[in-house]
Design a protein around this ligand. Structure first.
Ligand code: ADP
Ligand code: MG
Length: 392
């Protein structure tokens, strides 16, 4: 039987039951607290969060659920159960002074949050389950971080301001897995809202909920199911090139740069790659603002046009796309009823996002299935709520 091509969300209740059952068998008692955090898909505004630009992501109905209980010791025991198997990690609480990044690599996402939590974390046991594809550009990493943080809020009986919470989870990802990510993922995973996209100003850290009148359109995510191993080195390099451009212009970031500033850099014969990155960022920030306005007034044709333009500069100027994502976007562009398509997230593989009329979804899928060279998975991005504590 061929592998299913549609990812169907398991749902919060079923994930909670699964995590609780595994916890009971593993730790011989019931968990006391639980939390959930979604993944996200970015509609537009990629590689601009670390330049203090605007981004427009949506929280997904696909979740990480974590259950736990304090264990009366100074050790944390965490189990993550994935389709690929069971993973276990044991590490000390922050008060020991011995909490450091290390092996297993996946546990660094959890340890980083424990280390940065703004309260006294006691030893705890936890089980993590998820129906979110990992490494697909849908931010399973921020989902795990924010779910863990939310569980710790429950276990310690504290609440953290949501923006502060997103910042601490971002810091966790910088310090433990060592990924110098922007703020977008942790922000929307924390503050996303059902039926809305979130326009985040990554400089002021203020945000606006943008209603999505879902009516007869679908946000379809197509997971290319490829992940090129470049991400590790290329992402920090893009970030450094953007920072270089800002410095050359005498700005703290590229947020206020204009096309004229980019031309200035070009005239001064700055590094060609630095100029290209800056041009993408300047254009992408404007596009994201325009896209939010177009969504608000329901001008989906304009939204779609902005999607295609975004893909072009991510491919040609930021140079973070790959042949698989280019092919997915090229196929989508020829299907009637598709408003627009683009790669989404950090790139080098992962997913494309397509805005498409309801009635054209099946045609789009069948064209992708027959023409795409890889093995795609489809996922409908129904705009959903951000992280929350769950009742046991
Ligand atoms: P993305 O965030 O786009 O899914 P990343 O490479 O940033 O991709 O993060 C994926 C990594 O996050 C995984 O390789 C794994 O280490 C960690 N991770 C994500 N979800 C889980 C989970 N449910 N259990 C354990 N580790 C996870
Ligand atoms: Mg990630």
């Amino acid at each position: 039987m061929p592998a299913p091509t549609d990812a169907v969300s398991t749902g919060e209740a079923a994930l909670l039951r699964k995590a609780s059952d595994i916890f009971a068998v593993t730790f011989k008692r019931n968990p006391t607290d639980a939390a959930a955090a979604p993944g996200r898909v970015n509609l537009i505004g990629d590689h601009v969060d670390y330049c203090e630009g605007y981004v427009l992501p949506v929280a997904l109905p696909f979740l990480t659920v974590v259950v736990g209980a304090n264990n009366g010791t100074s050790t944390c025991r965490v189990v993550s159960v994935l389709d690929s198997g069971r993973n276990e990690a044991t590490f000390p609480t922050p008060s020991s002074g011995q909490l450091k990044p290390g092996e297993p690599a996946w546990a660094n996402y959890v340890k980083g949050v424990v280390a940065n939590f703004p309260g006294a974390v006691k030893g705890f046991d936890a089980v993590i389950v998820s129906d979110l594809p990992m490494g697909a550009g849908l931010s399973s990493s921020a989902s795990v971080e924010v779910a863990t943080f939310t569980l710790l809020e429950a276990l310690t009986g504290t609440n953290t301001d949501p923006v502060k919470k997103a910042q601490l989870c971002q810091k966790a990802e910088h310090e433990f897995p060592g990924m110098p990510c922007g703020i977008m993922d942790q922000y929307v995973v924390t503050m996303g809202k059902k039926d809305h996209a979130l326009l985040i100003d990554c400089r002021s850290l203020e945000s606006t909920q943008v209603p999505i009148s879902n009516g007869d359109t679908v946000i379809l995510v197509i997971n290319s199911n490829v992940k090129h191993q470049l991400t590790g080195s290329e992402y920090p390099q893009r970030r450094a090139q953007c920072q270089k451009a800002a410095e050359l212009l005498g700005f703290p970031s590229l947020r206020n740069a204009t096309s004229e500033h980019v031309e200035d850099l070009r005239r001064k014969k700055c590094d060609v790659d630095v100029v290209k990155r800056a041009q993408h960022v300047v254009e992408e920030i404007r596009r994201t603002e325009q896209c939010a306005k177009s969504l608000l007034v329901g001008d989906l044709k304009r939204v779609g046009k902005l999607f295609y333009e975004s893909h072009e500069t991510l491919r040609n100027l930021m140079e973070v796309s790959c042949p698989e994502l280019d092919q997915l976007v090229a196929i989508a562009k020829t299907v009637e009823g598709v408003y627009g398509a683009r790669m989404t997230g950090g790139g080098f593989g992962g997913s494309a996002v397509v805005l498409v009329k309801n009635g054209a979804v099946e045609q789009l899928k069948s064209r992708i299935l027959s023409e795409y060279k890889g093995k795609p998975t489809f996922l409908v991005a129904v705009p959903s709520d951000g992280a929350r504590k769950l009742n046991m």
